[in-house]
Design a protein around this ligand. Structure first.
Ligand code: PEP
Ligand code: MG
Length: 567
């Protein structure tokens, strides 16, 4: 619950209105105040990033600060304001757009890539100029708010001040897009794919975001507000009591142990996942660390090692499963590409990138191996489609081990190596791949997307995105039947409705956003493995996704009805 704040990145230019010559002084004052506020913001962001990721990562903000006071931009603004006699944000917007256009045509790819940084600064200044958002007192700025945006990039999402932002709503996206995944790791309610959102909402409107039902309620009545206030109190209380059970073993009533681990994207999660009962990390999405710093450069082996080591140590004695770089798809590319891909999800993604950038890949492999000397680590590879990639990758792992031995650097000789099963061909070939690796981890987000040919981030086909499609369930079963430990780490793994099905299919580990762990632990502890197996057998004979979902839901509601109350 909060007041609406609009983030219009890449969407709309600021409103333009005429001013009189005598208004100019006041316009400059507003502009200077916005620049000052932006400077403060960038400095504190820099300090925050420095603390979390080190000085190198934070250096990007120096460039932002320089641009903020760039004399050629300010000079142009001084010239243009009296000429145009428009509100200063409109003139500033035009001047910076012009600047960006020139940069887009430069030959130097590095300078071209800096356009995004300039856009970032422009966006911040404009945001700081919006009168409705200018807090009059420090206290007011702490008011709870709901962010409405066309879309949010992973770094926008990472930047959100969760002490004030209570949730967000976007025009595009889907439940398994990376924006939604990041919302889960921040523990923020989010509603995505709301068409025309920015035309409907106004800054400062009171609103309620109901993530359970996918609702944004603007200007709620007093009755609605009261209902949600009471619901929130009840939900928080129920959730807290589940969190308190974090140390109870995640074992079914008839003794089947299921490891419950966390999916991790952000450094702020490292120290808190244990508090939610995570038995280590089942999926470390390393791309958010490797590509998220915004400075264009990839951390080197040493920097990666230091970072991974911290995570391994904070999870000890539990294991951290590092997934190697999964760039491409809807995530950031790992380098600027000369041509945009027509089908990025079928393109240069995951292990395909790593196997063509061998030195970069080996830096990451050595860093992970070295981190394994400080606790329990494992490595796994994304987007594997067949045996050749597995062989090539394992050969590189061996090469890296040999190099570390030569250097005399320690690593865990028995570090587990696994692959993600998220491409249908890998699932079909699971029995052939199994002898080569120690474990599988099924990425149901991509496995669903590729099996039923439904783009996971396209809201037009979002209703067709069904992880319980019988085609997907049969591939998952086939994978698990190959007989090596198999985890589920896609969004499906944290869905309390589907936990009975996943356990029944034989998954030995579920990995999910840490906030979902207390619910899933409770679910596991109330299930009977044999009953789940029977359900899975029925699911494997079912003809459609709805039947399979309902079968699992029936058992879930029978075994832990309290988790479904009021949702
Ligand atoms: C998946 O595809 O299910 C998965 C866990 O990987 P990602 O969501 O990062 O693509
Ligand atoms: Mg994936």
């Amino acid at each position: 619950m909060g007041t609406i704040r609009v983030d219009a990145r890449g969407h709309a230019s600021p409103a333009t209105r005429s001013i009189r010559p005598e208004d100019m002084e006041q316009e400059w004052q507003r502009f200077d105040a916005a620049i000052g506020r932006t400077e403060e913001e960038l400095k504190s962001l820099k300090a925050r990033v420095e603390k979390i990721s080190g000085a190198d990562e934070a250096a990007i903000f120096d460039a932002h600060l320089l641009f903020l006071r760039d004399s050629s931009v300010l000079g142009k603004l001084r010239k243009e304001l009296p000429r145009r006699l428009q509100n200063i944000e409109a003139v500033y917007y035009a001047v910076v757009q012009n600047f960006m256009e020139i940069m887009r045509h430069l030959d130097d790819p590095y300078l071209r890539s800096r356009v995004a940084d300039i856009e970032d600064v422009l966006h911040r200044v404009l945001k700081n100029m919006e009168p409705a958002k200018l807090p009059e007192t420090a206290e007011e700025s702490k008011e709870p708010m709901l962010l409405a945006a066309h879309d949010l990039t992973p770094s926008d999402t990472a930047d959100l001040d969760t002490s004030t932002v209570q949730g967000f709503v976007t025009e595009v996206g889907s439940a398994v897009s990376h924006t939604a995944i990041l919302a889960r790791s921040l523990g923020l309610p989010a509603v995505v794919a709301v068409p025309q959102l920015l035309l409907e909402v106004r800054v400062g409107q009171p609103a309620i975001l109901d993530g359970y039902n996918g609702l944004l309620i603007i200007n709620p009545t007093p009755e609605t507000t009261e209902y949600y206030q009471a619901l929130r109190v009840r939900k928080e209380k129920a959730y807290q009591s589940l969190v308190e059970q974090r140390d109870l073993p995640s074992v079914t009533l008839d003794g089947r142990a299921i490891r419950l681990a966390a999916n991790v994207e952000y450094a702020h999660e490292y120290s808190v996942i244990k508090g939610y009962g995570a038995e280590g990390v089942g999926l470390f999405r390393s791309e958010f660390f490797l590509l998220g710093s915004g400075n264009g450069g990839m951390p080197n082996e040493e920097q990666q090692y230091e970072h991974y080591r911290k995570l391994v140590e904070s999870c000890s004695p539990h294991e951290v499963v590092f997934r190697t770089l999964d760039s491409g798809g809807d995530k950031l590319p790992c380098e600027e590409m000369t041509e945009k891909e027509n089908n990025p999800f079928l393109g240069w993604r995951g292990i395909r990138v790593s196997l063509t950038r061998v030195e970069m890949f080996k830096d990451q492999l050595r860093a992970i191996l070295r981190a394994s000397a400080h606790g329990k680590a494992a490595v796994m590879f994304p987007m594997v489609s067949g045996i050749t990639e597995v062989r090539d990758t394992l050969a590189l792992v061996e090469e890296c081990k040999e190099e570390l031995r030569e250097r005399g650097q320690a690593f865990d000789e028995s570090m587990r190596v696994g692959i993600m099963i998220e491409v249908p061909s890998a699932a079909v070939m699971a029995d052939v791949l199994a002898p080569y690796v120690d474990f599988f981890s099924i990425g149901t987000n991509d496995l669903t997307q590729y099996t039923i040919a439904v783009d996971r981030v396209n809201f037009r086909v979002a209703s067709m995105f069904r992880p319980t499609h019988p085609g997907v369930i049969r591939l998952m079963s086939q994978t698990i039947q190959a007989g090596i430990p198999t985890a589920i780490c896609g969004e499906m793994g944290g869905d309390i409705t589907l936990v009975p099905l996943l356990i029944g299919l034989g998954a030995t580990e579920l990995s999910m956003s840490m906030h979902l762990l207390p619910l899933v632990r409770y679910a596991v502890r109330h299930l009977n493995f044999k009953e789940c197996q029977k359900l899975a057998q029925a699911a494997l004979h079912a003809e459609d996704s709805r039947t399979i979902r309902n079968l699992s839901r029936q058992l879930a509601e029978k075994r832990y009805p309290d988790l479904f109350a009021e949702v």
